[in-house]
Design a protein around this ligand. Structure first.
Ligand code: FMN
Length: 173
């Protein structure tokens, strides 16, 4: 999704005890947002409902992280990830997200659920150069899919080097 909103570089911080909560349908369209989400993203509840979650996508987020997120959710698993989000006024906020499939009473995946809390700021300083490398790789390719494939490989290589899965990697940073 192409954004008209330009990042201002102004950062908002989540409170220590705060949780941003959202739920989506199977396509990633928002079906629920809590008050903290509304405050941080600076959209109204009405603007958020039914909108794709990419509404708050920040250009500094590598596409390959979202591929991993969707691949993991598609496999019925949960994922932890550091994400920087873009608010409606161009400000941004970092979160540590825990995204899970929502399962109905017969075990069918009916949507997804994300809880985010304030990340450790030292961990964010470690993740920033990694995301920068991945975004630079993605930008180097004229074709977006090729770029994502290349950055995904770099990410997988980084994980192999550390001998860990993505979750363990983000949790060990
Ligand atoms: C439950 C759930 C929560 C999500 N939360 C975010 C989020 O906070 N920020 C974000 O940029 N993408 C989030 N995504 C991923 C988006 O759906 C989308 O894949 C991503 O923004 C990349 O969009 P694009 O492929 O249009 O660039 C979430 C997806 C799900 C299923």
């Amino acid at each position: 999704m192409v954004h008209a909103i330009r990042p201002t570089g102004v950062e908002s911080l989540l409170g220590e005890e705060e949780l941003i909560v959202s739920k989506t349908d199977l396509k990633g369209r928002i079906t629920y947002a809590n008050d903290v989400f509304i405050r941080m993203a600076k959209y109204s509840y009405a603007e958020l409902m039914g909108a794709p979650h990419s509404l708050i996508r920040h250009p500094d987020m590598p596409r390959c992280v979202f591929k991993l997120l969707w691949d993991t959710l598609g496999a019925g698993q949960e994922i932890f990830a550091y994400v920087v989000n873009l608010a409606k006024d161009g400000s941004h906020y970092w979160v540590f997200a825990h995204v899970t499939p929502t399962i109905d009473e017969v075990g069918k995946v009916v949507g997804y659920h994300s809880n985010r809390r304030k990340p450790d700021l030292a961990q964010i300083e470690r993740i920033k150069p990694i995301y920068k490398t991945l975004c630079a790789e993605e930008a180097r390719h004229a074709n977006a899919k090729d770029g994502m494939r290349a950055s995904f490989e770099i990410m997988v290589g980084l994980l192999k080097q550390q001998g860990v899965g993505y979750d363990e990697f983000v949790l060990s940073l």
